[in-house]
Design a protein around this ligand. Structure first.
Ligand SMILES: [Fe+2]
Length: 526
């Protein structure tokens, strides 16, 4: 992908990281904006402890990034515990409690998972799983921390924040993972954020009273007594407003220190990091997001899309599957056919992508494009079931690139298709009216296939979309009207118009109208 020098995305680092935190809520089996609430509390708590702006800044970003490594090892976890999201829903609240509470939660989860087994069998299976978990727990936690640290460095965060991320699951009493660090050896930011995550969770369950009771109970074990004391002294004030719903605006306005605005290059790097974060969800997905992004961007270039749209397609490709984090790795890795309810969950992943990305107004347009990647022209796609008209050329290209690339990757229920077989399958989607022919051809050409010339392309080499624009131009519609009718920007209409004029060798609307009449292009559209 080329470097971008002239775009003006103006994305704040805080906004991007806050959006990503919603994906980590999903991955941890927690309600959306749980992490945002804990960020607000962490900063408020840090302020009452007299932290400097730089220290508060570390607390702020650590709270948002705490679960950044959440997709690491989930495939292995799901193999042991079934739905790892359900397991996390059950165990996150008791992680800071007594070991017996954690064990009880795990046993209840496993009993539900194996409810079809007879009693002696279920006890044996649970004992085996617990033994295995005990052996791999440290490695899983270490992997989670390491991945979080490495991804954080790709967002540009420094050594201190990365170190604190490596200690996110340590406990004051030294019983945490992965290092068993103890007391003040654990970064102050990690001690504050750990308490805030517990407090917000129990505040949601039982208000200020429950939050205070649980945190007090964990003083000296999970949490530092001094921070517990300070929290309990001012709990109603510190938790104020957090029960009222969204913390999005509060988080964005709370950022300590100067706001960081990402350059185009930094934003691209962050998109790459989010792609890798996403693809860690299953070994079958490794490289999928970046592969789709590169393929879609090249196809967009071949279709003659404006440079801004090419960049958007590339970024949307990187981000399109971020919602996969909200669906269990057990489903992504299931070798057999999916049940109806599992399919329903799969269909939710593009909705989750949209929810994560469109929470930020700066990312909303990109998010809408990214989340359209499973839509089909005949309305048979998901999650909106959109029909052809709202699907822009960029969306059509992204859908074709995602479909083709996925077919060339192995999946648990089938091996990777050879390029020719994948190309034929893509063409059959076009014939069935589900994918756009021009978009599919461009994707196939970008993937190195020889493209058969279609009848439509014979009209002066105009693309299907250009014919649509030409018909509307010929019927006297303004560029603004055309933009509205085709759900594209006026800038894109101008770009298409210039292309059409140069391809058909005219310089006026009248000349274009004559061409459209001559070639019988006016019949299909009003
Ligand atoms: Fe997808």
């Amino acid at each position: 992908m080329q470097k971008h020098t002239s775009r003006t995305s103006r994305i704040r680092l805080a906004e991007l990281v806050a959006a990503l935190s919603i994906a980590t809520d999903l991955a941890m089996g927690q309600p959306m904006e749980y992490v945002l609430g804990s960020c607000v509390l962490s900063v408020r708590l840090g302020e009452t402890l007299g932290l400097s702006v730089n220290e508060l800044r570390e607390v702020y970003y650590l709270a948002l990034l705490r679960y950044l490594g959440c997709n690491a090892g989930t495939h292995e976890q799901a193999a042991l515990v079934g739905d790892e999201l359900a397991m996390r829903t059950a165990t996150v609240p008791v992680y800071g409690g007594e070991p017996s509470q954690f064990m009880d939660a795990m046993v209840s989860h496993l009993r539900m998972l194996h409810m079809d087994l007879a009693s002696p069998d279920v006890d044996r299976v649970i004992a085996q799983v617990l033994l295995t978990l005990q052996n791999v727990m440290q490695e899983l936690a270490a992997g989670h921390c390491e991945v979080g640290q490495r991804l954080a460095s790709r967002f540009g965060f420094g050594e201190s924040l990365q170190q604190a991320l490596g200690q996110a699951y340590e406990r004051w009493d030294g019983q945490g993972v992965p290092g068993g660090m103890k007391g003040e050896a654990i970064a102050a930011s990690a001690r504050i954020v750990s308490l805030a995550h517990d407090a917000v969770l129990f505040h949601r369950m039982g208000g200020v009273e429950m939050a205070v009771a649980v945190v007090k109970e964990r003083a000296g074990t999970a949490h530092e007594p001094r921070i517990v004391e300070r929290f309990c002294q001012a709990a109603p004030h510190l938790l104020a407003g957090l029960e009222a719903g969204s913390s999005w605006e509060a988080v964005l306005s709370l950022e300590p220190g100067e706001q960081t605005i990402l350059s185009e290059e930094q934003f691209d790097n962050a998109c790459r990091a989010i792609a890798d974060f996403t693809d860690l969800k299953s070994p079958y997905l490794l490289g999928h997001s970046s592969g789709v992004a590169e393929l879609a961007a090249e196809a967009a270039r071949r279709c003659g899309l404006p440079e801004d749209d090419i960049v958007a397609v590339w970024r949307a490709g990187m981000l399109h599957d971020v919602g996969r984090t909200g669906v269990s790795s057990g489903i992504w890795g299931k070798p057999g056919p999916l049940s109806d309810s599992e399919w329903e969950r799969v269909r939710l992943h593009s909705y989750y992508s949209e929810r994560v990305l469109t929470r930020s107004s700066a990312l909303a347009q990109l998010g809408a494009l990214a989340a359209s990647h499973h839509e089909r022209l005949d309305g048979s796609g998901y999650h909106r079931g959109a029909s052809a008209s709202p699907l822009t050329p960029a969306a059509r290209i992204l859908a074709a690139a995602d479909a083709y690339h996925a077919m060339t990757e192995p999946r648990p229920h089938r091996p990777a298709l050879a390029p020719e077989a994948a190309a034929e399958a893509l063409r059959s989607e076009v014939r069935a009216g589900r994918l756009d022919g021009e978009a599919a051809n461009a994707v196939l050409a970008a993937a190195g296939h020889r493209i058969r010339t279609t009848r439509r392309a014979l009209v002066a080499g105009l693309s299907e979309r250009e014919v649509e624009v030409l018909r509307l131009l010929a019927r006297g519609h303004s560029k603004k009207d055309i933009a509205g009718l085709l759900f594209i920007s006026e800038k894109t209409v101008s770009h298409h118009t210039q292309h059409i004029y140069s391809k058909i060798g005219v310089s006026t609307r009248a000349g274009a109208t004559l061409f459209a009449l001559q070639h019988d292009l006016l019949s299909a559209m009003g």
